[in-house]
Design a binder for this molecule. Sequence first.
Ligand code: SF4
Length: 359
Amino acid sequence: MKYSEIRRKTRIVKVGDVLIGGDAPIAVQSMTNTDTHDKEKTLAQVRALESVGCDIVRLAVPDIAAAETFSFLKQSGVKIPLVADIHFDYRIALAAINAGADKIRINPGNIGSREKVVAVVDACREKGIPIRIGVNSGSLEKSILEKYGAPTAEALAESALYHASILEDCGFYDTVISVKSSDVYKMIEVNRILSAKTDYPLHLGVTEAGGEHTGTVKSAIGIGTLLAEGIGDTIRVSLTADPVAEIKAANSILDALDLARVRRMNIVSCPTCGRTKIDLIPLLAEFEEKLDKSGLRDKPLTVAFMGCVVNGPGEAREADIGIAGGIGEAVLFKHGVVVANKIPASEITDRLIDEIKRM
Ligand code: SF4
């Protein structure tokens, strides 16, 4: 079944030039971890994130002075949409909106009086920018917590819809909902509930997921399970690591599900076994290093890297280009046809790179 057939229908929200929801590609987000007051460092990190394929960047805005960084980034030519992450204080939200934020993350139930909510909603409406509601176990309202006795998936979903209803009361529907949990099962469950109850676009993420390795695995399971069911419109992988690693992980999740905005190289490589007659593991590392250096990683090709002539030729033939290893040498396939026999191991990666350049 095609992905477009299983993807849940959500309303479309516009963040700068990026669309979230509907049939739009899944947008990849991260968050800067520089001090937002430090404009130059924040600019450098925003640019680094943009360069590895980030679609939307969020910045913590703890006070009004930090909101000025949005003007600075826009004046510096930053094109990637910027989200202001605000807790409670509507004046900071207004400052960030005026400074050029493309989206606000704030929970309307935490803003205070209706007048303050209306002030934020009116400012967003005037500039055509959406609001993201962000709920997690720690943000749950006392009444909802008492009703459910614990921060269950149902309780979290109810909280998110409660915040959305406050915006609806102001006639505002340009809303993105995110409910995150560090519990992968709960994160999956709550998004299934939300997907059944609302057509607001959903921002997916496993929160406090851990370091680069464990966090990537948890995120791949949580986010990947939902995306494979057609649920989710934008994603953030949360890692205790450089935010650039979050984008690499998010893009790998999308690549694995063939949902990336731009299809990149798909490398199919065997795990090696007792039949392997060529030193495949260092050869693949060498190949990937050369790919990155030559800027060829974005070519939308399937490249097979197989260790033997038993199973190797089958995979290699399916790929756009590939090798199947023999004893210290390899056979090269291109579009299912053998184009060279007995390439010495020392020449394999250069030959592959040359061939890929011409494809
Ligand atoms: Fe082993 Fe060949 Fe399979 Fe690689 S392709 S794991 S070498 S049988």
